[in-house]
Design a protein around this ligand. Structure first.
Ligand code: GDP
Ligand code: ZN
Length: 461
């Protein structure tokens, strides 16, 4: 395909000290040569592909020296976009990288639209649509774990699985076709039904499996909703602050849902948490009891994890007991705080109430026990299936929607067979399943959808 040459700032993942201006297109090397002065007059057009070169950038009009840079030359097709790519690495931060970009744009490149590099990779056939979408997730990934999933998806795990399912469907459809055209057996109708049903059930189960992992993918990108609950003054806000101070707060673009609930995003040993301090509910309300309880209930219902805080320096109260009841059946970690003070709480009773839940003792004032709590959170999280490395995670809402539609279609196939619907009708539903799965990897997708998707990308990818 024929495209013009584009450029953008492409900050590396992890945002190190180096910034990169990436140029892609037929004229990438030529544009770079106009502004690059290599050692001994070396020209980039003469260098081998996939090599890196030290030099200065100059303004060709004025001859002024602009930046000290390292330039990487990568020729098509072994590049991200499958076009000639030049990457200019500069270590001077934002101001200098912007200057470099300006220089590149003034010498013949066009500023890339958001996601345009990845769009080209897709249009030039280097990656499929679900891989492209994984790049979006990668850019947005808030934690290491989420990043691993995005990377895996980029490696094409999901694509491969979907492609395999589609192949199965195609083969089944072909089989059915043959059986209908060449009825060599008397019981061909029954055979066809049996084969179809068997395959349809297999495909349904595979789609269901993918959808099960979807829920986990979602949790990872948004953080486990973690509610901190407890009576007033037990140390809820202190706990929230400790966790935020100890851990890198996650910068998020997800807006808080409720204003009067304090929310913080943190990464606790690889587990992304959205911490919700329900203390705010009580403390900002005048007629606390009714409204407070009502809202707490709502927060509780939406929580994935509960941190129930008790005060070690006070007796176990009936209000504490009510809180235990309110979180029955949920994932709970019980925190007995203020262990630096003389103990009044009956720990035996607490363990009884907690039953199978983990109990951790802390003194937030003296910064004790926080490690244990973090370990308990990580254990609880990774004890689940999430640790299994061989899962294919689906973490993209468009994929999830399509998988649901595909599931509906394949269920229609199964019901159709069970109800003795004519084969050609069943075939239609089977074909629809194939098409819907194809949309996930971009095989049967329309142009407008592609544009819509790529416009979501950050600049420079
Ligand atoms: P909340 O009402 O549950 O949010 O409780 P806060 O976090 O606001 O804490 C209530 C009071 O208890 C504050 O004065 C805290 O400094 C104090 N506090 C919190 N944790 C501890 C602790 O471990 N030991 C002691 N002695 N005081 C604590
Ligand atoms: Zn508080």
């Amino acid at each position: 395909m024929d495209f013009d040459t584009i450029a953008a700032i492409s900050t590396p993942l992890g945002e190190g000290g180096i910034a990169i201006v990436r140029i892609s297109g037929d004229e990438a090397v030529q544009i770079a040569d106009q502004i690059f002065r290599g050692a001994g007059g070396k020209q980039l057009k003469d260098v081998a592909t996939h090599t890196i070169h030290y030099g200065l950038l100059v303004n060709p009009k004025t001859g002024a020296k602009e930046e000290e840079v390292m330039v990487t030359v990568m020729r098509a097709p072994r590049t991200y976009t499958r076009e000639d790519v030049v990457e200019i690495n500069c270590h001077g931060g934002l101001v200098s990288v912007n200057r470099v970009l300006q220089l590149v744009l003034n010498n013949g490149a066009r500023l890339a639209e958001p996601g345009e590099f990845t769009k080209r990779a897709f249009l030039n056939g280097r990656i499929d649509l679900s891989q492209a979408e994984a790049v979006i997730d990668l850019i947005r990934a808030k934690t290491d774990k989420a990043m691993n999933i995005a990377l895996e998806q980029m490696g094409g795990r999901l694509s491969k699985l979907i492609a395999k399912l589609r192949q199965e469907i195609l083969e089944t459809l072909a089989h059915v076709e043959v059986n209908i055209d060449y009825p060599e057996y008397d019981d061909v109708e029954e055979m066809t039904h049996r084969l179809l049903e068997e395959k349809a059930i297999y495909i349904r189960d595979q789609i269901k499996k993918l959808l099960n992992t979807a829920e986990q993918g979602k949790i990872l990108r948004e953080g486990l909703a973690t509610a901190i609950i407890g009576r007033p003054n037990v140390g809820k806000s202190s706990l929230l602050n400790s966790l935020v101070q100890e851990n890198k707060a996650i910068v998020t673009d997800i807006p808080g849902t409720t204003r009067d609930v304090i929310e913080e995003y943190v990464n606790v040993r690889g587990v992304p948490l959205r911490l919700i301090d329900t203390a705010g509910i009580r403390e900002t309300e005048d007629i606390v009891e009714q409204i407070g309880v009502e809202r707490s209930r709502k927060v509780l219902k939406e929580a994935d994890l509960i941190l129930l805080v008790l005060n070690s320096a006070e007796e176990f109260t009936s209000e504490d007991e009510q809180l235990f009841k309110a979180v029955e059946g949920m994932d709970v970690i019980v925190i007995v705080n203020k262990t630096d003070l003389p103990r009044k709480i009956d720990l035996e009773k607490v363990r009884d109430m907690a039953s199978s839940h983990t109990v951790v003792t802390t003194s937030l004032l003296e910064e004790e026990g926080i490690d244990d709590l973090e370990q308990a959170i990580a254990d609880m999280f990774f004890r689940g299936e999430l640790e299994t490395g061989d899962l294919t995670y689906v973490s993209n809402s468009r994929h999830i929607a399509l998988l649901h539609q595909a599931l509906d279609a394949i269920e229609d196939v199964i019901t159709g067979i069970e109800m003795g619907t004519p084969i050609d009708i069943v075939q239609i539903d089977m074909t629809r399943t194939w098409e819907l799965l194809g949309e996930i990897i971009g095989d049967t997708v329309q142009e407008s959808l592609i544009d819509q998707l790529f416009s979501q990308f950050c600049l420079g990818k």
